[in-house]
Structures are given as structure tokens and as C-alpha cells.
Design a binder for this molecule. Structure first.
Ligand code: FES
Length: 157
């Protein structure tokens, strides 16, 4: 087996799989645990989970693709979380998400190829008065417009 970012966690991953071996219905639970452990779900991890639980690899991939929560790439250096809670939504969060997706060249739930940014959509961040809001790692940016959201990312190198 080739080396991957998950190599040092391989034993723990096998323990998780062993607990659900031959149980296809546990797929989502196992994917959650594996992502918690490793941070993302690379091809090799998908393969051992498919084999261990007895589900086709295509099924594993379709579940990962369906849920934004799951990622097949490592998180970026900067995690951009855009709020799509009700208050932010009505103040223009969808346009901000769309502009950031265009600007970064990725869809929400994905990371840029250079590993710099990952983009995710989240529920209320608890700063509705400042909506639309996004977090970049631990820093909040509020009262955003599509242009100011793109501009805000320029300060992260
Ligand atoms: S809805 Fe966005 S911070 Fe509350």
C-alpha cells in the first residue's frame, strides 16, 4: 500500500473498520469517524472502508460526493466558513458563496489545489447582526458583499 497522509493513523482506522466489518449500513458512521480521525477521505481510505464494510467503492464515493461535510482533499491552510443561516441568507449569503466559489475555482466542500483555502457552508455563526458573515479560521468578517468577501481573502497568504 502506498504512503498517504493517513499512514500514521492506519491502525486506528483499522480498529474503526473492524468494529463495523461486514455492515454496509454503517457506511456513513464509519466515514464520519474516519474523517474525524484523518481530516479527509483519500482514495486509499475509501478503498479499505469499502472492502471492510462490504460495499462497492462506487457507493462510498457517491455518499462522499453527496454530503458536503465529507472531503476527499485535506483542509486548506485557511478554512473559509460562510454562514447560510436564515439571517445571512436573506442578506445575500448565496451570492457571496457563489462569488467565492468562482474566485477560488472550487465548490463549497472542496479545497484549492494549492492547499491554501477550503470553503464550506455552515449554519448560524451567532453573529446574525453582522450578516452576511464568514469565518476565516478564527477571524470573523461581517457585513459582507460579494466584492468585500473576495477582498477579505486577499489578506491571507
Ligand atoms: S444566520 Fe448567519 S450568523 Fe446567524
Amino acid at each position: 500500500m502506498e504512503a498517504c497522509a493517513c499512514e500514521s493513523k492506519w491502525a486506528e482506522l483499522n480498529k474503526i473498520i473492524d468494529a463495523y466489518r461486514g455492515q454496509p449500513s454503517a457506511l456513513i458512521e464509519v466515514l464520519h469517524k474516519a474523517q474525524e480521525l484523518i481530516g479527509y477521505l483519500p482514495q486509499q481510505v475509501q478503498e479499505v472502508i469499502a472492502k471492510g464494510l462490504g460495499v462497492p467503492l462506487s457507493k462510498v464515493y457517491s455518499v462522499i460526493s453527496f454530503y458536503h461535510y465529507f472531503s476527499i482533499k485535506p483542509k486548506g491552510k485557511y478554512q473559509v466558513s460562510v454562514c447560510k443561516g436564515t439571517a445571512c441568507y436573506v442578506k445575500g449569503a448565496p451570492e457571496i458563496i457563489q462569488r467565492l466559489e468562482e474566485n477560488l475555482g472550487i465548490k463549497a466542500g472542496d479545497s484549492t489545489d494549492d492547499g491554501k483555502f477550503s470553503l464550506e457552508v455552515v449554519r448560524c455563526l451567532g453573529a446574525c447582526g453582522l450578516g452576511p458573515v464568514m469565518m476565516v479560521n478564527k477571524h470573523a468578517h461581517g457585513l459582507l458583499k460579494p466584492d468585500t468577501a473576495v477582498k477579505a481573502l486577499e489578506q491571507y497568504n
